[in-house]
Design a protein around this ligand. Structure first.
Ligand code: NAD
Length: 479
C-alpha cells in the first residue's frame, strides 16, 4: 500500500520522492509506505490552505453549510466504520474493538462539531451612550494540526472537526508511526463536498515536516498533541510567528481510592484506565493512590486481575495489543528495568500470549508497588501498561501526592463521601476530574486539556471549538 500527500485536493508524491516504511506493531513487518513530506511540501500545503481560506466557496460559506459538510463526513465515516477500525487497529497495534471505538468517536466528533458550527456567536456589550459595541468570533485562518500516533482518528476528529466548524482551513501533519486511518478518512473529503485546499495533509517526519509546519510564517494558529519536549519547540516556533497554540502533552494521572469506595465498581475501571491502548494514552490513570487501610482488601483482587491480562496481536482483540513501535517499547522497557533495578516490588504482571509473533513490540501489563513518591515511575509518563501503586494515609496526604507531579491532566476520585468528592475535585490540579468513574464515555462533549507539563488550551466539547476562533470587537458611534 503506497500512500500520498493531499495538497489542494490532489493526492501527490512528496517533492523529495522519499518514503517512510510503515510496520505493523503486531509482527514488525512492513506493509505500507508514506510519502516523506518536507519543508517544500509544507510550503505548498500552506499556500493551498491560504488560497482556500481567502476565496470562494469557503470564504462565503455559512456556518450551516460547514456544519452540513461535517455531518456528511460523519455519515461517511460511520458507513465505513469497519474498514477504518481495521486500518487503525493494524497500524497502531490496538485491539480491534478499540479501533472500532475510535472510529465511532471520530464519527461522533464530526457530528458534534457539525451541530456546534451554528452555535458560535458573539455578544453585544454595554458601552458609551450613542455607541453600540459587539464582538464577533472569527476563524484564525490557516491552522496547523500536528497529530501523534496513539489515537490518530480520535485526535483528527477533535481538531479537524472544531477547526472546520469555526471556518478555518487546515494543514495536518500526522505521525510517521501511525496515520493510515487519517489518510483513509481524507479519501472521503471530496465526496463529502469539501472544497480543494480546505484540508491538506502532509505526512513526514517530525523534525522535517512537523517543524516546518509549526514554524511556518503562513499559518495563523497551531495545535499540537504529543511529547512535552516537542511541545516546547512548537510553542517556541509559534511565539516567533506571534501566533497562538494549544498543547496537549500527556500526564501522570492519579486514581485515588479511599477506604469507603465501592471497590467492586472501581476494580475494572482502575485496570482499564492503564491498559487501554496498552497505556499509550495521555489520560492513562497511571498512578494508583491507595488508602493504606484498604491495601489488604484491594491489592489481592487487583493482582489477580493483572495476572489474568493478556497482550497479543491486534486482531486477537485481547486486553492489550503491542506498543506502537520498537522505539516506544524500548522507552517503556527502560522504565521497567530501572524500577526493577531499584528494587521496586512487582506485585503482578499479565502475559504476552505464547503465539504472539516474534517481531511484535509486546509488553505485558504490570503492577508495581509500593512505589516511593519520588521514584521516576511515580512521576514520569511511561506511556506503557505500567501502573504504579502509591499508598496514602488520609485525604490531605492523597491530595499532596496527587498534585506532586509536573503534569495536571486528569484525576479519578473513588469515595462515597460527597463532601470529600467535591473538596478534592476542586483542589486537584487537573483539567478533568472524574468521581467514581474514569474517562467516562470518551468525552467528545467534555472540554479536555491540562496545566503544567500537560500543556494548555482545551480540546473537545464546545470550548474546544472556541479555541479555533478569535474575538473581534466592533464599535459603532451612531449618536
Ligand atoms: P512526538 O512528540 O515526537 O510526536 C508527536 C507528533 O509531533 C508527531 O506527528 C511527530 O512527527 C511530530 N513532531 C516530532 N518532532 C517534531 C518537531 N520538532 N516539530 C514539530 N512536530 C514534531 O512524540 P513521540 O516521539 O512519537 O512519542 C514520545 C513520547 O511522547 C511518548 O513516549 C509519550 O510519552 C509522549 N506522547 C504523548 C502523546 C499524547 O497524547 N499526549 C502522544 C504521543 C506521544
Amino acid at each position: 500500500m503506497k500512500e500520498y500527500l493531499l495538497i489542494d485536493g490532489e493526492w501527490c508524491e512528496a517533492g523529495s520522492s522519499k518514503r517512510i516504511e510503515v510496520r505493523c506493531p503486531s509482527d514488525g513487518k512492513p506493509f505500507a509506505s508514506l510519502a516523506a513530506g518536507e519543508a517544500g511540501d509544507i510550503d505548498r500545503a500552506v499556500a493551498a490552505a491560504r488560497r482556500a481560506f481567502e476565496s470562494s466557496p469557503w470564504s462565503s460559506m455559512t456556518a450551516l453549510e460547514r456544519g452540513r459538510l461535517l455531518h456528511r463526513l460523519s455519515g461517511m465515516v460511520a458507513a465505513r466504520e469497519d474498514d477504518i477500525a481495521a486500518i487503525e487497529s493494524r497500524d497502531t497495534g490496538k485491539p480491534l474493538r478499540q479501533g472500532r471505538a475510535d472510529a465511532v468517536a471520530l464519527a461522533r466528533y464530526f457530528e458534534f462539531y457539525g451541530s456546534a458550527a451554528e452555535m458560535v456567536r458573539g455578544t453585544t456589550l454595554p458601552f458609551l451612550d450613542g455607541h453600540t459595541a459587539m464582538t464577533l468570533r472569527e476563524p484564525h485562518g490557516v491552522v496547523g494540526i500536528i497529530i501523534p500516533w496513539n489515537y490518530p482518528i480520535q485526535i483528527l476528529g477533535r481538531t479537524l472537526g472544531a477547526a472546520i466548524a469555526a471556518g478555518n482551513t487546515v494543514v495536518i501533519k500526522p505521525a510517521e508511526d501511525a496515520c493510515l486511518s487519517i489518510l483513509a478518512v481524507a479519501r472521503c473529503l471530496d465526496e463529502a463536498g469539501f472544497p480543494p485546499g480546505v484540508v491538506n495533509i502532509v505526512t513526514g517526519y517530525g523534525e522535517t515536516a512537523g517543524a516546518a509546519l509549526a514554524g511556518h510564517g503562513g499559518i495563523d494558529f497551531v495545535t499540537f498533541t504529543g511529547s512535552p519536549p516537542v511541545g516546547v519547540s512548537v510553542q517556541q516556533a509559534a511565539a516567533r510567528n506571534h501566533i497562538g497554540c494549544t498543547l496537549e502533552l500527556g500526564g501522570k494521572s492519579p486514581q485515588i481510592v479511599f477506604d469507603d469506595a465501592d471497590l467492586e465498581a472501581a476494580l475494572p475501571v482502575l485496570t482499564n484506565a492503564i491498559i487501554q491502548n496498552a497505556g499509550q494514552t495521555c489520560s492513562a490513570g497511571s498512578r494508583l493512590l491507595l488508602q493504606k487501610s484498604i491495601m489488604d482488601r484491594l491489592l489481592p483482587s487487583l493482582a489477580r486481575r493483572f495476572r489474568s491480562l493478556r497482550a497479543g496481536p491486534h486482531d486477537r482483540d485481547l486486553d492489550c495489543g503491542p506498543l506502537v513501535s520498537s522505539a516506544q517499547r524500548d522507552i517503556v522497557q527502560a522504565h521497567i528495568d530501572r524500577a526493577l533495578a531499584d528494587g521496586i516490588p512487582l506485585i503482578a504482571q499479565g502475559e504476552v500470549v505464547s503465539d504472539a509473533p516474534d517481531g511484535g513490540y509486546y509488553c505485558p501489563p504490570m503492577l508495581f508497588g509500593p512505589v516511593p513518591e519520588d521514584h521516576p515511575i511515580a512521576r514520569e509518563e511511561i506511556f506503557g501498561p505500567v501502573l504504579s501503586m502509591i499508598p496514602f494515609d488520609d485525604e490531605a496526604d492523597a491530595l499532596r501526592i496527587a498534585n506532586a507531579t509536573d503534569y495536571g491532566l486528569v484525576a479519578g476520585i473513588w469515595t462515597s463521601d460527597g463532601a470529600r468528592q467535591m473538596r478534592l475535585a476542586r483542589r486537584i490540579r487537573a483539567g478533568q476530574v472524574f468521581i467514581n468513574a474514569y474517562g467516562a464515555g470518551g468525552g467528545v462533549e467534555l472540554p479536555f486539556g491540562g496545566c503544567g507539563k500537560s500543556g494548555h488550551g482545551r480540546e473537545k466539547g464546545f470550548d474546544g471549538l472556541l479555541e479555533f476562533t478569535r474575538i473581534k470587537t466592533i464599535v459603532t458611534r451612531h449618536g
